[in-house]
Design a protein around this ligand. Structure first.
Ligand SMILES: N[C@@H](CCC(=O)N[C@@H](CS)C(=O)NCC(=O)O)C(=O)O
Length: 277
């Protein structure tokens, strides 16, 4: 593993690291914020999964999460959103291929060799983090924005017992019924829609729910509301009696100005679920 940068940040360290990934069969870059408490022993992990067009960097520099993570003593991981590089398949559309991995393991050509973001986030990266940094994999929580909100909710419901709590900012809530989803799930997973269900948080909420608290924030002026479909997720949460909250935030759009405005609430929510506060 190679250190690309390390910067002191709110008493802890914001690092960026690169490593050869077996899951994605290419080099992968991720950000990791370690709070000051990591100097004393292993700290819990908050995963932040980013949205379409993002790398590890967007949330790291714009979500304003480090101050809150330092206050609560949590590490924050910022994985990339897809495999990358000259040898990795891409598409000219911004919402397919590099920058748009959708947190699935592709089974279809030409994507299958590299696009295994589910395995990368669920299996490979946690082991790498535990081996190299003072983090406690027994205490994990997860959040994300847009495509990353979709990833956070589907990983949380798909890996029962892994995460103490799950949250999302403007998640792609029902991808199998959206143009942000149908094209990508068909490309990565093939035409059989029954296979897509494990990657649709509304369907997972209807069929199994999450064994822990869930927090979803959505801006009422989000320019992508028709693609995100928050209302069906909110309905599914109510129908399941899912512990948690769905909050419609008046006047907010889809940007990181929205994400950063509510980041403090999300970190405090995860800290409570972990018993840190
Ligand atoms: N470029 C796309 C939208 C992409 C987009 O809004 N991406 C969000 C996540 S879905 C994002 O975080 N963009 C990067 C950023 O704001 O830093 C479009 O114009 O339709």
């Amino acid at each position: 593993m190679q250190t690309l940068s390390e910067n002191r940040c709110f008493g802890g360290m914001q690092g960026v690291y690169k490593h050869g990934s077996n899951a994605c069969e290419c080099d992968m870059t991720f950000g990791l914020y370690l709070p000051p408490q990591a100097a004393l022993g292993p700290v819990p992990i908050l995963w932040y999964l980013s949205g379409l067009t993002c790398t590890h960097e967007n949330a790291m520099v714009k979500a304003g999460v480090q101050a809150h993570a330092a206050a609560h003593g949590m590490a924050v991981v910022f994985p990339d959103t897809s495999p990358r590089g000259d040898g990795v398949t891409d598409d000219e559309a911004y919402d397919l291929g590099q920058g748009a991995g959708f947190y699935v393991n592709a089974t279809q050509e030409p994507w299958a060799p590299n696009f295994s973001m589910w395995d990368y986030v669920a299996n490979e990266l946690p082991l790498l983090l535990e081996a190299h940094f003072p983090v406690d994999a027994a205490r994990q929580t997860i959040t994300g924005h847009s495509m990353g909100g979709h990833g956070a909710l589907t990983l949380a419901m798909g890996l029962p017992g892994r995460f103490a709590s799950a949250s999302a900012f403007a998640p792609i809530a029902n991808p199998s019924a959206s143009d942000w989803g149908r094209k990508q799930l068909a490309a990565y997973l093939g035409p059989d829609e029954s296979v897509w269900a494990d990657h649709d948080s509304t369907i997972l909420m209807r069929t199994k729910g999450f064994d822990g608290p869930v927090l979803v924030d959505q801006g009422s002026e989000d320019q992508f509301l028709d693609l995100l479909k928050p209302q069906v997720l909110a309905e599914a949460m109510a129908a399941r009696r899912q512990e948690g909250s769905f909050r419609m935030q008046k006047g907010y759009d889809h940007s990181y100005f929205f994400v950063s405005s509510f980041m403090g609430d999300h970190v405090a929510f995860h800290a409570r679920a972990l018993g840190l506060s």
